[in-house]
Design a protein around this ligand. Structure first.
Ligand code: NAG
Ligand code: NAG
Length: 476
């Protein structure tokens, strides 16, 4: 019989995109998919737009917006909390987890209305509360982890080791986790290591990963063999069984953009000759850092395509979209004129997947978000790693030391990365023998990635196995 699954991406547009990519894998394997969505607490044009876009481009997937939660019953005494407590309670991460918790009743009602015609519930990494809903309804439940297996190995061990509300460590302390190379405490996400009020709910959510019936990961087996072995051998959580782990990636979405000026410009450039610099949808730099990058690029003499975003005011927590950057004011005087035959600076956004796959692109300076990492690898490009926030520093360690598909841009953890470093690394990757060897290595990894996704490849087979395991669960 045709399987039917409900995917639950939690809150935030960033969590929706990877879930939609997963939805399409289910559809390809003949399943019926409903994505159950949580509306942000306040009206969000961004959410509506993302939903409209997702629904329009994925007609075989049903999108269902869950009704809002019942109003909170205000607990007695909450009004006398002191300032520190209430500001911690206002922390965006704390609020997000509260919202997710409050969504359990609407989610339960929705699933119950569909039963018995739902075979499984698939959760985003932050949606641990939904495990309880699934248990109540006796429904098989899985996680979809949109980042790599190295992250999973580290986080399930770390989240279960810490009974305190955050990891209180000196930044230089070297940490060792099963399945991962040693790295410094300062490479952990800041949300966990700096005593942020968000640490406790994040660690709590991650500590529940082993409770699911399985974990689907957006990676492929041969990219992260050590982390996969540690997870399978149960080394990460010796006191609890680790559920089956299925590498089903790399799922990369996007691409197909045709008409952007930068693609036309790339068409006129020689093969493998352009360094692409882009730092994700949240990555911004102060003017001083933009200047160092500009000087380094110019001195390197290499061709470049650089996405520049306006600096963000560090005080501004609103998450409002940034204005278009004023390039003349931000970049060194005369830079654009002097480099106009070598490079192109685009404002705010570029069609990244298409740029990376363009034959003229030769290397990728990246913030090491998992999306971008997979996009770079599947385009066969060496990565110059410049991590900025969240789990990106850990990803950098994995990229450089485990997967061996990139090198680091030194100084990212100091005040600025110097022009000299930008110049040296860009020249190294484009001109040196080391750079050539790295490109060759990434091309091999790219081939393995595409093999993995083919019928009979490891990721395809893992998904088939997952569906079979699900059948067995349903017949228990
Ligand atoms: C991955 O990329 C998509 C498309 O660029 C974006 O919408 C989404 O937020 C990204 N996801 C993550 C986890 O960064
Ligand atoms: C973390 O991993 C180490 C090594 O396998 C293990 O000794 C330790 O018990 C793990 N921590 C937890 C909380 O499972």
């Amino acid at each position: 019989m045709k399987k039917s699954v409900v995917l639950y991406p939690g809150l935030g547009v960033g969590h929706l995109t990877p879930m939609v990519a997963l939805a399409n894998v289910f559809v390809q394997h003949g399943a019926t998919v409903t994505v159950a969505l949580v509306e942000p607490p306040t009206t969000s044009p961004e959410f509506s737009a993302a939903l409209t876009r997702a629904a329009a481009s994925n007609p075989s997937v049903t999108f269902h917006v869950l009704p809002p939660p019942p109003p909170p019953s205000s607990p007695a005494g909450s009004s006398i909390s002191d300032d520190a407590t209430s500001s911690a309670q206002q922390h965006p991460i704390v609020l997000m987890f509260e919202r997710l918790k409050s969504m359990s009743p609407p989610l339960r009602n929705f699933l119950r209305s569909r039963l018995p015609a739902v075979d499984a519930l698939v959760l985003d990494m932050f949606c641990g509360d939904a495990l309880d809903v699934a248990a109540e309804l006796n429904l098989p439940v899985y996680y979809f982890y949109a980042s790599g297996a190295g992250d999973v190995a580290v986080f399930i061990n770390l989240s279960r080791s810490t009974t305190t509300s955050s990891v209180d460590l000196d930044g230089d302390t070297v940490l060792s986790f099963p399945g991962a190379p040693p790295f410094k405490a300062s490479d952990l996400p800041q949300e966990i290591s700096n005593g942020s009020p968000g640490a406790k709910p994040i660690l709590h959510a991650l500590s529940r990963l082993p409770e699911a019936d399985g974990i689907l990961i957006n990676t492929f087996e041969s990219l992260e063999p050590r982390a996969m072995r540690a997870l399978r051998d149960g080394l990460c959580v010796p006191d609890h069984s680790t559920p089956p782990v299925y590498c089903i990636g790399p799922l990369v979405s996007g691409g197909g953009e045709k008409e952007h000026e930068c693609l036309r410009w790339l068409d006129t450039q020689p093969e493998n000759s352009v360094v692409f610099l882009s730092f994700g949808s949240m990555g911004t730099f102060p003017k001083r850092q933009l200047e160092e990058i500009a000087i380094g690029l110019e001195r390197s003499g290499q061709r470049f395509l650089w996405v520049v975003r306006s600096p963000r005011d560090p005080e501004d927590m609103s998450g409002k979209p940034l204005p278009e950057p004023d390039l003349d004011a931000l970049l060194p005087e005369g830079f654009l004129g002097r480099t106009k035959d070598m490079g192109l600076v685009v404002k705010s956004w570029a069609p990244q997947v298409d740029v990376l796959r363009h034959r003229a692109t030769g290397a990728f300076v990246t913030h090491c978000g998992w999306n971008s990492t997979l996009e770079g690898i599947t385009a066969g490009l060496p990565l110059l790693c410049w991590p900025l926030y969240a789990e990106q520093r850990m990803n950098k360690v994995f990229i450089v030391e485990e997967m061996k598909v990139g090198v680091e841009m030194s100084g990212y953890d100091e005040e600025v990365v110097k022009a000299e470093e930008v110049e040296t690394k860009v020249k190294w990757v484009m001109e040196s023998e080391g750079g050539q060897a790295l490109r060759k290595r990434v091309e091999e990894v790219k081939d393995k990635a595409s093999q993995a996704l083919k019928e009979g490849g490891s990721s395809h087979a893992a998904f088939v196995e997952f569906l079979k395991d699900l059948d067995n669960m349903r017949s228990l």
